[in-house]
Design a protein around this ligand. Sequence first.
Ligand SMILES: [Mg+2]
Length: 381
Amino acid sequence: MRLRAVFKVSQFRGGAPFVSYKPPVSSQLQSQPNRSSFGIAFDIDGVILQGRAPIEGSSQALRRLYDDSGVLKVPFVFLTNGGGIPESKRALELSQLLGVNISPAQVLQGHSPFRNLLSRYENELIVATGKGDPALVMSEYGFKKVLSIGEYASCFNNIDPVSQYKAWTNDNVFCLSSCLKDLGPNCDVLSERVQAAFVISDPVDWGRDIQVLCDILRSGGLPGRSGGHQPPLYFAADDLEYQAAFPLERLGMGAFRIALESVFNRIHHHPLEYVSFGKPNPFVFDNAEMMLKQLLLLHRDVRGMDDKRYPQSHSFGTLYMVGDNPSVDIKGARQAGHPWFSILTRTGVFKGEDNDSSFPADVVVDTVEEAVDYILSRERS
Ligand SMILES: [Mg+2]
């Protein structure tokens, strides 16, 4: 299935009443009946996982969304601003960590909308930065001339003046000749301008990446040359902070964007231009709704084309966003408006007693397990 971003600005939804959820005792809950006028989008970091470890109860909560034979009963997706690896690999990882069968179509990462830019950059030289394997992510979307920023930097002698002090880069052997061969015989990295730069996931070497991105962006795409407009710069997300395994929030891609923008604007006469994807942008929620509809239709096909409960033109009554970050997950769901309904957990960025004062959720719960309890009991009533 192919993603399609819908760039639509929706009205901010106001006045949603805050409900303080009291979890029912488990005996009051029964299994979800086979009807589905609702779907769920789960954030991952701080909701499902803490680092690479499942948050207590998250596996059990997800299992309740499948029937006894392991077929998806309630359509759900993971809607994360994280990434750095292809959706297929992430789906496999999540399946192994959580003990349920996750398909690649259920994994919407911050960089997933980048595939919509394929027609523009398919055969252009682009660079990708971030943890994981950013060049592989873009290659799997179909981009044919992509280098990671590490590979790109290693084509230019001394572009990083402190590289000799970085033991990890000295140990890291790039297959540069093979990467360059993949770009095709007519591509010369030292003379061809980069047409766009992509920040796929949290950068690992901020110093090098800020330096090299500034070199690319202020030279019109070729370090050391002058002239030309700044090539487009795309961020997969703009999270200032996120919850990882450390007890305190960690600086995210938004923090890197601020650092890059601050430096660039001091050394260049035009301010940095960029586009950020990821939550809380409303189009991400529109995209998630479209994917959930596709999952529902797939579900209908599995159950049989004559099943009248799953018409082609299905519209969801409610779509639940379960997240831990008020300024990302809850703000996004509120901005997207109907049919989105926001549920805030206390297992990640948000740790408050009541509700967030800036971006209050429709419901606040302790864990994702309570969130699923709430959703299933609400949909039964
Ligand atoms: Mg999170």
